[in-house]
Design a protein around this ligand. Structure first.
Ligand code: PLP
Length: 370
């Protein structure tokens, strides 16, 4: 059988090679490497795409989260609610500003942060909630936004897996006070290295973020706050300006692939899919299934030329990085159970529907063989 890698960018890069070459030439000819025109253009383009007034490019998704919390003056003594089932960066954003992450369990159907558990986790110290639009599926934002309003909490969206995902006509990154994006190469919109961005409709956050990312300075050598060096590179912005116009088509392809997976895998009693909510338009950053025999299935697929991955094998609160963290006795049973069952199947826009058939027939062989 034809091998199907878990992820592969080479075909996409081939298709866009001339545009990338032109972008690279533009940057080298202008010799404008830090901030400047390409970055401004991308910030404008991406803000328009998401539907916010402002966007600020930074050098990673982690820094986007961390600076978003700094813009809100969140720091030591404050608590921020995060899902236990996410990439560790969601929590690292919180600890990087000295605040305490409070982990909340996943909803068993969607594996998104569980809204009911969020309410139980709120204390007098809680300052913000960071919902993660996990695997590309938007967290239901309406109830979360009204909860935040009722309890006077900030809402920072971790949209690092959700470029273009939407609820109705509104895109992820435009619901909260701030939205954090990553352009790590493997994301739905990826750079040729690290990159990130923060979206907001609030001019004062926007101005503060521009200071924070650039040594606390807008006018050169005048530093009004103690800032950081975390800027989106002009070269990465130029690459992202080439790629952004293709994002919707790529997301559409991912949806077609996901629909094919759904229809072929739905018939296996041993496989549980991640539920998709009706009003939510996922961009299928990852296609995740669940199986009690996950590890054996992963090995079998690997032997049959199908690449897979696990998102995530260890819930954040179980990571060594947070061993010393005092945890409140919230139960995180779903996150712990599902970490042993989730398996991410191949998913990228240049994959074909026939590749999905190959993956699913290999899964079928595994199911029949024992
Ligand atoms: C990728 C990712 C991040 C971090 O992005 P980097 O650019 O790698 O720092 C944060 N949160 C989630 C959910 C992610 O998937």
């Amino acid at each position: 059988m034809k091998p199907v890698p878990f992820f592969d960018l080479k075909e996409q890069n081939r298709q866009l090679r001339d545009e990338f070459d032109a972008a690279f030439r533009r940057v080298t000819e202008n010799a404008d490497f830090i901030l400047g025109g390409e970055v401004e253009k991308f910030e404008e383009n991406f803000a328009r795409f998401v539907g916010t007034r402002f966007a600020v490019g930074v050098n990673s998704g982690l820094d986007a989260l961390s600076l978003a919390l700094r813009a809100l003056n969140i720091g030591p003594g404050d608590e921020v609610i995060v899902p236990a089932n996410s990439f560790i960066a969601t929590a690292l954003g919180v600890t990087s500003v000295g605040a305490t992450p409070v982990f909340v369990d996943a909803e068993p159907g969607t594996l998104l942060i569980d809204l009911k558990s969020i309410e139980c986790a709120i204390t007098k110290r809680t300052k913000a909630i960071i919902p993660v639009h996990l695997y590309g599926q938007p967290v239901p934002m309406k109830p979360l936004m009204s909860l935040c309003r009722r309890k006077s909490l900030f809402l920072v969206e971790d949209a690092c897996q959700a470029h273009g995902a939407s609820i109705g006509k509104k895109r992820c990154g435009s619901f909260g006070d701030l939205g954090a994006f990553s352009f790590y190469p493997g994301k739905n919109l990826g750079a040729f290295g690290d990159g990130g961005l923060i979206t907001t409709n609030d001019r004062s956050y926007y101005q503060k973020l521009r200071l924070l990312r650039n040594y606390g300075s807008v006018v050169k050598y005048e530093h009004t706050v103690a800032g950081f060096n975390t800027r989106l590179d002009a070269l990465q912005a130029a690459i992202l300006n080439v790629k952004l116009p293709h994002l919707e088509v790529w997301n559409e392809k991912r949806r077609a692939l996901a629909a094919r997976y759904d229809s072929l895998l739905g018939k296996f009693p041993g496989i549980r899919l991640v539920e998709q909510l009706k009003a939510q338009m996922s961009v299928h950053h990852l296609y995740v299934i669940r199986s009690d025999r996950r590890d054996a299935l992963k090995d079998f697929l690997s032997q049959n030329g199908v690449g897979t991955s696990i998102h995530y094998p260890v819930p954040i609160h179980r990571q060594g990085a947070y061993r010393g963290l005092k945890k409140r006795s919230l139960k995180l049973l779903v996150s712990e159970k599902e970490a042993k069952r989730v398996l991410s199947l191949p998913m990228y826009p240049e994959m074909s529907l026939e590749d999905v058939d190959v993956v699913c027939s290999a899964i079928g062989d595994f199911m029949e063989s024992r």
